[in-house]
Design a protein around this ligand. Structure first.
Ligand code: MN
Ligand code: MN
Length: 473
């Protein structure tokens, strides 16, 4: 090796391709992704993800959080839409916790409050919708859809529904306009206006209610839809007004690529971080480590972490306060504040990997590459770092150091070129408590589309990174 080559090797930073540099872990990456895909298939909404972990946590001996609970492992859910769980470390909780926060909501299409209608022109039964989060509306047209959600009956009974996932289930669709007639109202529009919110009605049914003796039934197609729902769930139209029903792409997570090295699925932003962080803590829950470890799977990130199940609600602070008490420590407001100030947080959310179809929006040296490990983003936000947490160099270097010590495949990268757009994460809300916070998560291609693409190398590297953070952070 020439002297200059040696110097390059010694001095320069180069992100590492997982498949080349960590080839002894390739099989582990493939194996780990099987569980991940299964999780995605049964957790298409925040409620389903919460239910999934509630069951798993009970099976793993976690106690429902209560200041009298005792033991070392605790969990709590809120409103059936988020979940936090903790494992006590050797050090006091007030010495600071290691928290990984991700989110289990994803961009989707919701039913409107009064959703069911009979279209006056066509006589078809339709569902009126209202999109949730940052979606490109046109992507949702002419693709098979499933509905998931809850309906609360007048007597308070809760009905969980899921239609469109089983092979024998029907699916739904919001039909797009044929190209032949799209010249004026679509092709002459800007991309974002080619499909408007008003165009996003989902076809629900087409057979009218029919009785030989009464052939003049008004809105007979809508009535038939209500009749079918009543027979199936014993509900009336008013029950739909309070229901939460989410429209998501129908179908399962799939391996992608001829080498099966990637996963194509809906809702990987940010269930990829939810699954990898939760798996990391579950794996070490019965071992010993220094700092108390907490996983928080939050709702409502896609609309600004609002609401009483979002990261900005009192839920996580209240959980940490009760955690202090459950572990026999004081939990007055001073102790709670100090605990938070002493804490470290990974804001586990996805990053935008370089898309070969649209490379111009990325700055190659500072973007995340698919298959090169978990991404670490010192800052997010837009413009002049607006809305960013901007992690401290000391904490950032600490994270690099522990990842290197455990041979985690990682890379640094920010979301797109400066001034190209941007986006925020939960990081800044956690930083408001004074904790050290940094963004850390895998790259995704086609983020917020119906089918997001990730690398099994990055899924596995995220899991390994999160485990390292809990054990050594
Ligand atoms: Mn996200
Ligand atoms: Mn997102």
């Amino acid at each position: 090796m020439k002297k200059s080559e040696k110097l390059v090797k010694k001095l320069t930073y180069n992100r590492k391709n997982f498949w080349e540099e960590f080839s002894d872990e390739s099989q582990s990456a493939f194996d780990f992704s099987e569980g991940y895909k299964a999780f995605l298939d049964i957790s298409k909404t925040e409620r389903e993800a919460t239910r999934f972990y509630e069951k798993i946590l009970k099976e793993h001996g976690f106690a429902l959080m209560d200041i009298e609970a005792g033991g070392q492992k605790f969990y709590r859910t809120a409103r059936d839409k988020n979940v936090a769980f903790a494992v006590k470390g050797k050090a006091p909780v007030s010495a600071g916790i290691n928290l990984i926060v991700s989110h289990i909501d994803a961009p989707r299409i919701d039913f409107k409050q009064s959703p069911l209608a009979q279209d006056s022109e066509t006589g078809l039964g339709i569902i009126k919708t209202h999109y949730y989060g940052g979606v490109k509306k046109y992507q949702w047209m002419s693709t098979p859809l499933a509905i998931h959600g809850v309906i609360i009956k007048q007597d308070g009974t809760k009905i969980n529904i899921s239609i469109g996932e089983a092979d024998e289930d029907p699916v739904f669709v919001m039909p797009d306009l044929l190209p032949h007639l799209a010249r004026n109202i679509q092709y002459n529009e800007k991309l974002g206006a080619a499909v408007k919110a008003d165009n996003m009605n989902m076809i629900f049914n087409s057979i009218p209610y029919f009785e030989e003796a009464d052939k003049d039934v008004k809105n007979a197609v809508k009535l038939n839809a209500l009749n079918i729902l009543n027979q199936k769930y014993d509900i009336i139209e008013e029950d739909l007004l309070s229901a939460e029903i989410e429209i998501v792409p129908a179908g399962k997570a799939r391996d992608a690529g001829i080498d099966k090295s990637m996963v194509l699925a809906y809702g990987q932003d940010d269930r990829i971080c939810a699954y990898t962080s939760a798996s990391a803590l579950l794996d070490i829950a019965d071992g010993e480590f220094e700092k108390t470890a907490v996983v928080f799977l939050a709702d409502k990130e896609e609309i600004g972490s609002e609401g009483n199940s979002g990261a900005r609600s009192a839920f996580i602070i209240d959980f940490i306060a009760d955690l202090l008490a459950a572990c026999g420590e004081k939990n007055d407001s001073v102790t709670l504040r100090k605990t938070l100030l002493n804490s470290q947080v990974l804001s586990a959310d996805v990053n935008a990997a370089i898309n070969p179809n649209f490379p111009s929006v990325h700055e190659m040296q500072n973007a995340v590459h698919l298959g090169y490990g978990v991404g670490i983003a010192k800052f997010t936000g837009s413009g002049g770092k607006g809305g960013s947490n901007d992690a401290n160099a000391e904490f950032n270097a600490h994270i690099f150091r522990i990842f290197n010590s455990e041979k985690v495949c990682w890379q640094s990268g920010e979301l797109g070129k400066v001034d190209e757009g941007g986006g925020g994460t939960i990081a800044k809300f956690m930083a408001e408590y004074g904790a050290e916070v940094i963004d850390c998560g895998p790259g995704v291609l086609g983020m917020h589309s119906l089918y997001e693409l990730t690398s099994k190398a990055d899924i596995y590297s995220s899991y390994k990174a999160y485990k390292t953070f809990f054990l050594k952070g």
